[in-house]
Design a binder for this molecule. Structure first.
Ligand code: 5AD
Ligand code: SF4
Length: 455
């Protein structure tokens, strides 16, 4: 979501005449868009700020000013401290106020040239009016786009800062999402990933301005699939208890919806899931997976794990190992529990020592990586549809993703850049695959190719 937000900030600033700089040294303005989810992510801000201060001073000595802004969830959570500890920061803004950047930039410029240096500008409000109503039209960048449909979270898992930094759950109306998708599709985008901290809790107004007309993600996906040129649809991140029946059904009958779902499980122990306030238990998760497989037998899952949550005993960790094996996730993100300020987990008495967290993480990751490698190896020989949205490091190489998000490298002419093609997978590595273009008699033109894939 930070990638999406950064692009939208770039859209806002483009209206003021800003264009992307090559790097911080020649930038008139630098925005750090930050993540507060774990301490490690948040810690990066402060080391990066030291570097930017030097750049700002160097540029000042040669007569150029630099506006430094800190955006995102660290700004939301620690805004006042940033202003106090880093007086060279001009603007601190939260994830819900970046549509106000033009005013903030104007105020910062006035302050910089005024008689005395004022304190930095701090805007970490949760405005009543959603920012989306004030953002300029989105601009398409590349061939695969993120599209934010839902933000915030009301679940309050005891480890998580998101409900505090992103605020309460909010869904954009259908019309706004569909218009944004149409705009990016007209600009060349063929694949969209719908975003939300709790995306499958989406409940936007099906008729804008009509409370009571709210409908879920399943219907939204069906409507997005109707848009010409949108050939692949994905969504992330989902909560197991919000997998509604209409969303599951969409996996069965919307061809554009990829047979892949990121569904964080966090732990294999019901006792820990309860302490995490996760609402789902392992049996609920199992039932959900069975329902998905019933409508889409080639469905695969990725997941998130936290090890060393307060109170996690050996038997809880063993349960996590067991379910990691049972569900055979094809990709995973696994973390040591990181106590976050203001969350109930941080106040729990029975914190797990770091050495034990590290030990468990190593053991779990070994198993998760083995499962991922097994799936990559099993994929060899399959023919899959791939959108080439990157150029590889080697000459003549294009990179895309399989329906299961595995990066795949293919030797292909540059004419195929931005196209969707059938690829036969030929080699497997730990984190990527190699493949070759399937050459069909009467190879369709790129445009026909898209029509064929979405048909
Ligand atoms: N410590 C460790 N991992 C966390 N996550 C969220 N909060 C924490 C935390 N305090 C992980 C969860 C979530 C993913 C985005 O980050 O696994 O699904
Ligand atoms: Fe955080 Fe996701 Fe739990 Fe919401 S559902 S509190 S975003 S982990």
């Amino acid at each position: 979501m930070n990638v999406y937000d950064s692009n939208r900030m770039a859209d806002v600033l483009a209206a003021l005449g800003y264009v992307s700089a090559d790097g911080p040294d020649d930038a008139d303005m630098i925005i750090l868009n930050t993540c507060h989810i774990r301490e490690k992510a948040a810690g990066k801000l402060f080391s990066e700020l030291g570097r930017l201060r030097n750049i700002k001073e160097r540029r000042l000595a040669s007569g150029s000013s630099t506006v430094i802004a800190v955006a995102g969830c660290v700004a939301q959570a620690e805004g006042a401290e940033i202003i106090n500890c880093a007086p060279f920061v001009d603007i601190v803004l939260g994830p819900q106020t970046y549509h106000r950047l033009p005013e903030m930039v104007a105020r910062a410029s006035r302050a910089a040239t005024g008689p005395q240096k004022n304190k930095g500008i701090l805007d970490i409000e949760f405005p009543d009016e959603p920012k989306f109503d004030h953002l300029p039209e989105v601009t398409a960048k590349g061939f695969s786009a993120f599209l934010s449909v839902q933000e915030g979270c009301d679940k309050f898992c005891t480890f998580c800062v998101v409900p505090y930094t992103r605020g309460a759950e909010f869904s954009r109306p259908f019309e706004d999402v569909i218009n944004e998708a149409r705009t990016v599709a007209a600009g060349g985008v063929k694949e969209i990933t719908l975003l939300g901290q709790n995306v499958n809790a989406y409940h936007g107004e099906a008729i804008k301005g009509e409370p009571g007309s709210e409908a879920g993600l399943g219907l939204l996906i069906r409507q997005l699939a109707e848009i010409e040129r949108i050939a692949h649809i994905r969504y992330t991140t989902s909560h197991p208890i919000d997998m509604a029946d209409d969303l599951i059904a969409a996996h069965g009958d919307v061809g554009e919806l990829m047979p892949f779902l990121h569904l964080p499980i966090q732990s294999g122990s019901d006792r820990i899931l309860s302490r995490m306030n996760r609402y789902h238990r392992i049996d609920d998760y199992r039932r959900m997976v069975d329902k998905l497989l019933a409508v889409r037998p080639d469905m695969k899952l990725s997941s998130d794990f936290i090890v060393g949550f307060p109170g996690e005993r050996d038997e809880d960790f063993e349960a996590t190992m067991k379910i990691a094996d049972e569900f055979q996730f094809i990709q995973t993100y696994s973390f040591k529990y990181s106590p976050r300020p203001g969350t109930p987990g941080a106040l729990m008495q029975d914190q797990i020592p770091e050495f034990l967290q590290s030990e468990r993480l190593v053991v779990l990751q070994e198993l998760l990586e083995k499962n991922q490698m097994t799936f990559n190896q099993e994929s060899v020989g399959n023919v899959v549809s791939v959108l080439f949205d990157r150029r590889g490091r080697k000459d003549g190489q294009l990179v895309g993703r399989t329906p299961y998000m595995q990066p795949v490298h293919v030797q292909a002419s540059d004419k195929m850049f931005g196209q969707i093609a059938e690829v036969k997978l030929t080699t497997a590595h730990a984190n990527s695959l190699g493949g070759e273009l399937v050459t069909v008699a009467n190879q369709p033109s790129p445009m026909n190719e898209i029509e064929r894939v979405s048909a």
